[in-house]
Design a protein around this ligand. Structure first.
Ligand SMILES: [Ca+2]
Length: 303
């Protein structure tokens, strides 16, 4: 794991035999950056990278530091940082959402972003809990960030839309140095007039990525715009499915509010049923309001 420190030291010595001020090594290619990302995951201890910031000078810290969970939102000039597990692998701070050991034991919550992981498993259109749903139907635009096991050069992103499709407007990828790059922007290939669809977006990238972010114009397409899976096709035509996911919001309750269980307990099944009923009630309330409005319009016309 000292592979990075060593070339840097050699480079400094070769470069005139002087100790230069602790400038960060410049990871130049994807392979190096991937090694760095692996190192920053502390041997797979962490997963779901939610932020990566470059901070060259961490003299106190050295080349590597597993700092543990932090809730600070600002650091070294960066703002709005998410709460998570901080690991320094020079020259980046990586902020991870999950401890792998905890995440692996978790069951998928109904409509949680984790429902967008893995292969498609929602085989019909509808408000079905094996797909990700945002918290509200149309209150804000949404995004879904997918993490994949291995970085690949993507040639297409396939978004499986299973309820109120047609809201996909943008696809980006994160380079291994943390930069977000737009791969596609436009009108959803799946129209809002169909029940479900797979939006295949061809993309061109000259870098490897294991994090794809999709943007959903939820305000423009009425109802929950649910996503069942997001596949990435690589240049060898191989499909990859996400291993972790994070979203702008979710209809699922926070994990902290759920009973801690390894297998689904009757309690959590009840809770999921409660959530489902609550969601149906919300929809009914929305429909009632719509009917009332229509009634008023009709009455006005009659007058
Ligand atoms: Ca919507």
């Amino acid at each position: 794991m000292k592979r990075f420190a060593l070339p840097a030291v050699i480079a400094v010595f070769l470069g005139g035999g002087l100790w230069l001020s602790a400038d960060a090594p410049k990871p130049s290619d994807d392979a190096e950056l991937e090694q760095l990302r692996k190192k920053a995951s502390a041997g797979g201890k962490y997963r779901m990278l939610i932020a990566q910031i470059k901070v060259d000078n961490e003299k106190e810290i050295g080349d590597f530091k597993d700092l543990g969970q932090q809730s600070r939102t600002e650091y070294a000039g960066f703002k709005d940082l998410p709460k998570g597990y901080w690991v320094y692998a020079k020259p980046y701070w990586y902020i991870w959402r999950d401890l792998s050991s905890v995440a692996e034991r978790r069951e998928k919550r109904a409509w949680g972003p984790e429902q967008a992981c893995g292969e498609p498993d929602t085989n019909m259109a509808g408000d079905i809990q094996t797909a990700w749903a945002s918290q509200s139907q149309d209150d804000q635009d949404e995004w879904l960030l997918l993490e994949y096991a291995e970085p690949v050069v993507p040639t297409a992103v396939l978004v499986h839309e299973t309820y109120n499709p047609g809201a996909l407007v943008r696809v980006t990828a994160f380079k291994l140095d943390g930069t977000e790059v737009e791969l596609w922007k436009g009108q959803d290939p799946t129209g809002a007039d169909v029940e479900m669809g797979v939006s295949e977006v061809p993309v061109k990238a000259d870098f490897r990525t294991n994090r794809i972010k999709i943007y959903i114009a939820s305000k423009d397409v009425p109802g929950w715009n649910e996503i069942d899976a997001v596949g990435v096709r690589d240049k060898d035509n191989k499909m990859h499915w996400a291993t972790s996911a994070e979203a702008s919001s979710t209809y699922a309750p926070p994990y902290e509010s759920l009973p801690r269980t390894v297998a689904p307990s009757p309690l959590s099944v009840n809770r999921q049923q409660e959530m489902r009923i609550k969601k149906l009630e919300d929809e009914v309330a929305g429909l009632k309001a719509m009917i009332e409005e229509l009634k008023k319009k009709v009455e006005k016309k009659d007058k």
